[in-house]
Design a protein around this ligand. Structure first.
Ligand code: OGA
Ligand code: MN
Length: 334
């Protein structure tokens, strides 16, 4: 029984959900929230008082509504497997999230980052030096932050822009069969975290979606940079590898990569199984939001896991996904 619970926890560690149920209007401004929830006169008076007492709250990142992804960017994501959106996140949201990281770190909410998911989640300082803090609605309720709520709504907007977008569907390279990868991204199976790299931090080459683990569900990886006035000498570039390898450059192949400056406001989206990447050594502290949009679990996932002779893990994956989907468990940090 203990083993069962332990395994369940190990699996669920990785499927950290942020379950963004709110629409933009609900969190973008208090006026928007009012319209939806139709509060009583007393509530309205209370809210007005709050606005007077906290004038900064009157506009929570007014440009959040414009953080959407258009057809052209989706085309690029589809064709190249990645897209870089420069100056995409409003700068007031970037600095507010950076402040949130500082607060959460000072409250001891960050952990030394591990690598891998579920039972392979291990500490390996040869591969990664960073700290992380798992995010999601229902998490960190003791350190509330309006900007974090705005972040959730931005991510939900992105999820709906990606979800069901036919341009992103793919033909399997072996069978030629059409995989509607974009047909449904499961809101409750999204993972989200803050990543903090100290000076001297890095994350060596890796792929986010790995077969035979819960990470196969990861469809799109998302990186949002929060660095203040990043300059070349700060290092910490994101290197995306375009060779045909996964965790390593295949023998005989020439390196082929592009480096992205981790400038505050830049957002990178890529196919989780297609783009190996790394964080080059940092010379200054480096801050990011890291997330994955996951697709729902299919019976094929279960049988492929089972056929690998790892039935228990397949079952755990199913159980974990089911529980997360129905909101029965709150996901723990890794
Ligand atoms: C990750 C990752 C890149 C970054 O956490 O999986 O690749 O830029 N992060 O922080
Ligand atoms: Mn990664």
């Amino acid at each position: 029984m203990n083993l069962f619970l332990l395994s369940l926890q190990l699996v669920t560690c990785s499927v950290a959900a942020f379950a963004p149920a709110k629409s933009y209007t609900q969190v973008s401004s208090r006026a928007g929230a009012e319209a939806i929830n139709a509060p009583s006169l007393h509530d309205r008076r209370h809210q007005l008082q709050q606005l007077v007492q906290h004038p900064k709250r009157t506009h929570l990142h007014s440009t959040v509504a414009s953080t959407r992804i258009g057809a052209e960017e989706i085309q690029q994501l589809c064709k190249d497997g990645f897209v870089v959106l420069k100056d995409w996140l409003p700068s007031d949201l970037v600095s507010a999230l950076r402040e949130d990281i500082n607060t959460l770190r000072s409250k001891g909410k960050f952990n030394i980052a591990k690598i891998g998911q579920d039972s392979t989640n291990t500490l390996n300082t040869d591969i990664r030096i960073a700290e992380t803090c798992f995010l999601g609605e229902g998490k960190l309720t003791d350190v509330q932050n309006n900007s974090r709520d705005d972040l959730y709504s931005v991510l939900e907007n992105l999820r709906s822009d990606l979800s069901g977008n036919d341009a992103l569907d793919e033909n399997d390279s072996v069978t030629g069969e059409l995989t509607k990868t974009a047909a449904a991204l499961d809101a409750s199976l999204s993972e989200l975290l803050y990543a903090y790299y100290p000076k001297g931090g890095f994350y060596r080459r890796h792929t986010d979606a790995v077969a035979n683990s819960a990470s196969v569900l990861r469809t799109y990886s998302l990186l949002m940079y929060l660095n203040n006035e990043w300059k070349e000498s700060d290092g910490g570039y994101l290197r995306m590898h375009l060779d045909s390898g996964k965790d390593f450059l295949p023998e005989g192949e020439k390196p082929n990569f592009i480096d992205v400056e981790p400038k505050g406001g830049t957002v990178v989206l890529f196919k989780s199984d297609r783009v190996p990447h790394e964080v080059l050594d940092t010379v200054s502290e480096r801050m990011a939001v890291v997330g994955w949009y996951n697709r729902p679990v299919t019976s094929a996932d279960i049988s492929s896991l089972a056929s690998e002779g790892d039935k228990m893990r397949g079952i755990m994956l199913l159980v974990a996904a089911g529980l997360v989907t129905f909101g029965l468990i709150s996901i723990v940090t890794g």
